[in-house]
Design a protein. Sequence first.
Length: 464
Amino acid sequence: MWSAVPGSVVSGVILALLLGMVRVLWNRRRVPTALSRRVRRGSYLRTVLAESCRVGVGRLDVLAPRLTPAKGDELITKIQSAWSKINRSGKVRVLTLDSDDCLQAGAELLRDDVEVRVAHRDLDSESLTFHLFESASPADSQAIINHHHRGADKPNRIVGAAPVVPFRSHFDKQWKSARPLESVIAEMILGRTGSHQDIEVVLGSLAQARATLSLDASSTRRILPHLAFRNSSAVVFILGQPGAGKSHIRCLLAERLRSMRMECEAITDYPYAYLDLVRTALRFSPPRKGYQPFDGGAFIAKDEAALAPALRALAGAVRDGAQARDVTLVEFARAGLLTALEEFESVRARAQVIHVSAPDDLRLERLRNRVVPPEAIVTGEAVTLKLSDNHLLPAPAQQALYAVDGIESLKESSLWRNRIFEIDNNCDGAGHVESDLDEFIRRIVGPYVPEDVETTSRQHLIAS
């Protein structure tokens, strides 16, 4: 009986060797499953930290649908500190979702001016996280990819510019459609109060959000402009006579608001009026009457009644935009401003007016020097007209329609007189109206500033 034992052992060893050889041959033929090796979360995060601290990293893009707040966690605190250091000399962008933890973690990053956006819930996979590290040399580009599945982290590292491209393309696509974290939090604060509310009610909701999301003074300061404009100034009308510099003021204000990461759109009634001209000239159905074309792609309207359809179309776009973004800047010129603004009654409670003025001789000089005609572009069977803010305004239009702008009547209106901010744009050149725009922003944001959030300096109010 005992003599049979060695033979059994040998047979078992041979069988094990054969099975091992079969496994080797099989593994060489099959395609391995990516991101399949489980790693302790601490090890994964320490790898992210080490790469974040690597010398030469100048840019970092993070897709993190499960972004985690520090809440005293030493490792995550170190990662946040490393990202802040990269951001001071380079750029860090973080894309996350709208869960409470994600919002709180994003607010912690706001302290150091890291840009955070909130993506829609249609991310391809909410279990996929990646960190894209870039250096001066493309060959040093690295990506740390993590698949979080059934409570386990399964990361992998990719080295080189080419393998990282698909992840970069995915991130950029999601980033463009995502919303600034500051806007999302501001909308959440206002959502708790219902529709347009008294400032004291909003401040109460802000205090609650600060406690829930652990917002410090720095993070709160970055959210305040989004909150203030959404509640009281979601629409800013920029009005005045042609040549006063409305488009210049509009562009400068849009630049300032966007520097604070605010969702901002600027629109005018000129494209809508031009469409009516095209309908008339080409006898589209229905044509718009009262338009006379001029050389250089210009036109005049017989009277302001002819411009009414364009103004109504503009008002529709403004109503839609006021719900979808922080601020909509609206520019137009009319002799009867009070009558024109009746089209926008639905947004008046959350609207402000910037009235731009300039001496007549300066306005006329600007009108003479600014002319850029429309550009017609043919693409296949489509014809596109590219319009310019600096379009030609024929002399008859200046004299018949825009000799005055009705600002005095607007100032006398109980509906609008407390909503008017005046800018005297009496000279050309950089720097002369910037302080006025800063004062306008401070006037909007000031009433929403909690006592512990100091905003006396310009850099505290306007993020660089």
